[in-house]
Design a binder for this molecule. Structure first.
Ligand code: PEQ
Ligand code: MG
Length: 305
């Protein structure tokens, strides 16, 4: 149940895998660091997904990666050999759109300035929210250009997600809108993952990219993704699974495992992403996984017996 167990159980044998799998009907699967690194599917994942589905398990994908919309995630999954439908994919860009529309009731006459990629733009468009800023990609500034950064009263929120082409101009515009106290624009992060795993290591993630704004504004943003309430609400308002037979599978203690703990479901931490086994068993670690396994692809061995 809640992932604050004192000692996580390390799964290492096929018998232990079987016993574990028999306990759960639904698996919430993190993507980066569990299923893949970028566009490189990890060993055993395709066979594991096939085996679990053949045995009636429900797989739902929950990713803090805001760079794609759910529609484009479906295409990514298909390209990588995994069938997935939009309703089974919860991305932080989707959670952001749901939050702006349903919780903030975002005004029709306002726009969102985006530091981020198409995932945010497309998901906000899906709920009828106009965006700007994404087109600033590649637009560099010269020291004489500060005059081109002007107030914009139509901006009701700044949303910051992973933006591989983040630049000073985007930060200067976002700062200008957020620093205008009368405008009172919302400051929203799709997720605050400090890093993300790529095939050749970890790199700065959204939580690191937005720090210039946090420092300049002396203001903390609202964060949508795991382990926070907007992503929890997004999943649990769409899926009514039995918490006792639902397990979150992730590679990060501070997002995935904390998300499972906040949702009062069991958690399985894999060692193919960011967090390490040493961190997970550290007595000072506040949130511990229920279980640990080398990789999610290990479960393919149950099907190969
Ligand atoms: C952003 C990305 O999200 P995930 O798919 O792991 O939630 C990551 O930080 O690894
Ligand atoms: Mg991950």
């Amino acid at each position: 149940m809640p992932s604050t167990t004192t000692v996580p159980q390390k799964l290492t044998t096929v018998d232990q895998y079987k016993t574990f799998l028999d306990k759960y009907d639904t698996f919430l699967l993190d993507c980066d660091g569990v299923l893949w690194h970028g566009s490189h599917v990890l060993d055993g994942i395709l066979d594991t997904v096939k085996f679990l589905r053949e045995n009636g398990k429900q797989l739902v994908f929950v990713t803090n990666n805001s760079t794609l919309s759910r529609k484009n995630y479906v295409k990514k999954f298909e390209k990588l050999g995994i069938h997935a439908s939009e309703k089974d994919i919860f991305s932080s860009s989707f959670a952001t759109a749901v939050y702006l529309r349903n919780i903030l009731n975002f005004p029709k006459d306002k726009r969102v300035f985006v530091i981020g990629e198409s995932g945010i733009v497309d998901e906000l468009k899906e709920v009828g929210i106009e965006t700007c800023g994404a087109s600033d990609t590649g637009v560099v500034m010269a020291h004489g250009d500060f005059g081109s950064i002007e107030q914009d009263p139509t901006i009701g929120a700044v949303v910051c997600g992973f933006d591989i082409n983040i630049n000073y101009r985007k930060l200067a515009k976002a700062f200008t809108y957020l620093n205008n106290k009368e405008q009172n624009a919302h400051f929203i992060l799709t997720n605050d993952d400090s890093t993300f795993p790529a095939p050749n290591g970890v790199f700065p993630g959204t939580g690191s990219l937005c720090q210039p704004l946090v420092a300049a504004l002396k203001r903390q943003p609202m964060v949508m993704g795991k382990p926070n309430q907007p992503m929890l609400d997004c999943f649990f308002s769409n899926y009514h699974t039995d918490p006792a037979r639902t397990c979150m599978v992730g590679d990060r203690l501070d997002t995935d495992i904390a998300f499972g703990a906040n949702g009062n479901i069991a958690t399985l931490m894999v060692l193919t992403g960011v967090s390490t086994e040493e961190e997970a068993v550290d007595p000072n670690q506040p949130i511990k996984p229920s279980y640990i396994i080398e990789s999610f692809g290990e479960f393919a061995k149950v099907g190969q017996e």
